[in-house]
Design a protein around this ligand. Structure first.
Ligand SMILES: *Cc1c(COP(=O)(O)O)cnc(C)c1O
Length: 360
């Protein structure tokens, strides 16, 4: 089979060595004669998988000991509801930086008796940058941001100062791809399928004093129940957790988050440079907000964009079609996406630009 480069925004490319290892261990995990998929989630073998996964994530992100790590289901989208259900007592502040923020805001607004205030928005700028976040009143229950806007291609590289108000972050599309200080946040959540592993797993990192703040709610939705049971209240997504563990090992062997951030910066810089120096392609994202992981660009011509995506696909550069709400192209360059793939895309872009000029 011809190798391809997969630019999918999610579910996304996984490290080849991880897939190989999973393949080797698929039929008999550590001599058990069983696949991880077939094992009890209460078995000693699985217990060590989930414990190692947690230990590795703690090490990679430098998660302080007063934070719990939860392995949940329901995607980042369920966190849009769990966050306000568990932490929203009176009023919650949200930053609107794009489509995913809007969904988080809309779910929070469904919680009765919770006042939801949008304290900053970049909608008027067409979400071409992340908004300035003001220092908010200290009586908010929390402030919610989306650190990386997967669809618009913008990023908060540093956590805004919220004083004593817990900062909550949807980090679905840039967790582990650049360095953040976990202690700046009260809670971080991320669907695994962008930068960690297969779909079906959602990571929640929560400061202990934010657990059990309200009356008990439905058990599955309650951080306290999930934390008290160490993510084993019911059957967790065992295979996804196993793959996540392998990805964490892979990342650790590579040198950790600081090291992968360097590589990610190199990959992104190459692509932005190619876009900025070309006469055909443009990126509408403000420089200071430009994402390392999701890079939208366009030829400003719908027909040409369509041809680009088709011809790129034929050349083995797949899933470059932009999100339907933005159009154009989008290259997602998560941790597992190789530098050679970026170089291959740039060569293709140059050739396509030449051909497009020739056609005039
Ligand atoms: C993909 C994504 C989501 C949705 O994740 P699901 O796991 O599909 O619910 C939410 N927020 C951001 C920033 C995303 O990139």
């Amino acid at each position: 089979m011809k190798p391809i480069y997969n630019f999918s925004a999610g579910p996304a490319v996984l490290p080849k060595p991880v897939l190989k290892r999973a393949q080797e261990e698929l039929l008999s995990y550590q001599g058990s004669g069983m696949s991880v998929m077939e094992m009890s989630h209460r078995s000693a073998l699985f217990q060590s998988i989930i414990e190692e996964a947690e230990a590795l994530l703690r090490e990679l992100m430098g998660i302080p000991s007063n934070y719990q790590v939860l392995f949940l289901q329901g995607g980042a989208s369920l966190q849009f509801s769990m966050v306000p259900l568990n932490l929203g007592k009176h009023k919650a502040a949200y930053v609107d930086s794009g489509s995913w923020s809007k969904k988080a805001i809309s779910e929070a607004r469904k919680i009765k008796q919770l006042e939801v205030e949008v304290v900053a928005s970049s909608e008027e700028q067409g979400f071409k940058q992340v908004p300035e976040v003001p220092f908010i009143a200290q009586d908010f229950d929390y402030l919610h941001i989306t650190t990386n806007n997967t669809i618009e291609g913008t990023t908060f590289f540093t956590a805004p100062d919220t004083g004593k108000v817990p900062l909550i972050a949807d980090m679905s599309s840039n967790i582990l791809s650049s360095c953040y200080q976990v202690s700046d946040f009260g809670l971080i959540y991320a669907g695994a399928q962008k930068n960690i592993g297969p779909a079906g797993l959602t990571i929640v990192i929560i400061r202990e004093d934010l657990i059990g703040l309200k009356e008990p709610i439905s058990s599955m939705l309650d951080y306290k129940v999930q934390a008290d049971h160490h993510s084993l209240y019911n059957t967790p997504p065992t295979f996804s957790i196993y793959i996540a563990k392998l990805v964490f090992e892979w990342l650790k062997n590579l040198g950790g988050v600081a090291e992968i951030e360097k590589i990610n910066r190199e990959k992104a810089a190459l692509l932005y440079e190619a876009i900025d120096t070309s006469e055909l392609y443009t990126s509408s994202v403000e420089r200071k907000s430009r994402s390392l992981t999701n890079i939208p660009f366009t030829t400003n011509n719908t027909q040409l964009d369509k041809r680009f995506v088709q011809e790129a696909e034929a050349a083995g550069l797949v899933n470059l079609k932009g999100h339907r709400s933005v159009g154009g192209m989008r290259a997602s360059l998560y941790n597992a996406f190789p530098l050679e793939g970026v170089k291959a895309l740039i060569s293709f872009m140059e050739q396509f630009e030449k051909n497009a000029k020739g056609a005039h």
